[in-house]
Design a protein around this ligand. Structure first.
Ligand code: GLA
Length: 407
């Protein structure tokens, strides 16, 4: 049938992309063996950060069940600091926003069993115009370590002083190593210099795109700022072979529950990011989120797909324009499948076992990861998918006995 005839082309594309991007080695800091999970202030609060917001978000991460579902990093983005360094060249937290400094916030977050992240830039300024870390890498990394920081997002604004991307991002990697504290290193150069080709030995994750925006799709041309959910998903299809444990493609922080996204669109966003082994860094206000949004972010069966490494990040096996099929091999030999309806109006989407990479079997066990129901299929799976939505399944070749519960 038409669907299975397309599989050899997809397989050929896969081989080519493996050859093009196969990383020789990764950053050996032992961190981010699974994609990092947490929260970041930027998408909802921009420069409006404070100790109060961070503490309350840590509280909400626990009470909402997000911590129990695997979220651990509470990350402060831009604007946490004063516009001038101190007398000894040190970064100074804004006393109006962080009256007790950053170490006190780290202690609070750590007491909750969570970890604290912070933000800086590999140039002379951050993107909001605060002092950047170029030329101060050792001093800043040592300070982050003293404060108890566990995660650094390292942006790409300001002047580069004639240094290359590799020099600037490697300088901070080495400074973090010398600080002696395990700190997840998150590169944020927006995909400018194809970090999926060089960043595996530099960082634990690297942004692959310009900034995300809480819209399903923008009408802007390729890689123009900002990017909607589908724009970013489309960019990820070619990058799948670049990631592995400790080194992840980062299609940007989640917009689940934000802006113009409907709950169906948020579910589709979360499903695709999980399939891509993306960092799951929530970007909404955890203190006020609806039950629907909380249920999306804490869907453990979808999170289990993100956190599983079956040897390869998920990828697209079929693109019919308005509809697509994305799959990800899981370590127990099941396959996670996303049936994506990009268009207006409900549509029937199907996929054969061969197309999703499963061998021949008399029957297939199909787990619906959003409805939390099981069914048995004897061949092609089909589902009517609502407008701007996905269906997400995990499929095992064989009977129910073959199914290993993801949780
Ligand atoms: C850049 C980054 C964003 C955010 C802002 C902060 O645009 O890509 O994720 O950190 O800077 O100014």
């Amino acid at each position: 049938m038409a669907a299975s005839r397309k599989f050899p082309a997809a397989a050929a594309a896969m081989v080519l992309s493996v050859l093009a991007f196969a990383p020789a080695y990764g950053l050996d800091n032992g961190l981010a063996r699974t994609p990092p999970m947490g929260w970041n202030s930027w998408n909802s609060f921009h420069c409006d950060v404070s100790a109060k917001l961070v503490d309350e978000t840590a509280d909400a991460m626990v009470t909402s069940g997000m911590k129990a579902a695997g979220y651990v990093y509470v990350n402060i983005d831009d604007c946490w600091l004063l516009k001038k360094r101190g007398a000894n060249g040190e970064l100074v937290p804004d006393p109006g926003k962080f009256p007790q400094g950053i170490a006190a916030v780290a202690a609070y977050v750590h007491r909750k069993g969570l970890k604290l992240g912070i933000y800086e830039s590999a140039g002379t300024t951050t993107c909001a115009g605060y002092p950047g870390s170029i030329g101060h890498e050792k001093q800043d990394a040592a300070q982050f370590a003293r404060w108890g920081i566990d995660y650094l997002k390292y942006d790409n604004c300001g002047d580069y002083r004639g240094e290359t991307y590799l020099q600037r991002y490697t300088a901070m990697r080495d400074a973090l190593t010398q600080s002696g504290r395990p700190i997840v290193y998150s590169l944020c150069e927006w995909g400018n210099q194809a970090p999926w080709k060089w960043a595996q030995s530099v960082g634990n994750l690297w942004r692959t795109t310009q900034d995300i925006t809480p819209r399903w799709q923008t009408d802007q041309p390729d890689n123009e700022y900002p990017r909607g959910i589908l724009d970013i998903a489309d960019q990820q299809a070619a990058l799948t072979a670049a990631s592995h444990p400790g080194a992840w493609n980062d299609p940007d922080m989640l917009e689940v529950g934000n802006g113009y996204l409907t709950d169906d669109e948020s579910r589709a966003h979360f499903s695709l990011w999980a399939l891509l082994n993306a960092p799951l860094i929530a970007g909404n206000d955890l203190r006020t989120m609806s039950k629907e949004v909380r249920d999306i972010l804490t869907n453990r069966e979808v999170i289990a797909v993100d956190q599983d490494w079956g040897g390869r990040q998920g990828y697209r096996v079929r693109d019919d324009g308005g509809t697509q099929v994305w799959v990800k091999p899981m370590s127990d030999r099941s396959v996670a499948v996303v049936l994506l309806n990009r268009g207006r109006g409900p549509v029937n989407i199907g996929a054969t076992p061969q197309e999703i990479g499963l061998g021949r079997a008399d029957s297939y066990t199909v787990r619906d990861l959003w409805r939390h129901t099981d069914s048995v299929s004897h061949g092609r799976m089909e589902e009517t998918v609502a407008t701007h939505a996905v269906a997400m399944f995990r499929v095992w070749a064989g009977s129910n006995d073959a199914r290993k519960s993801p949780n």
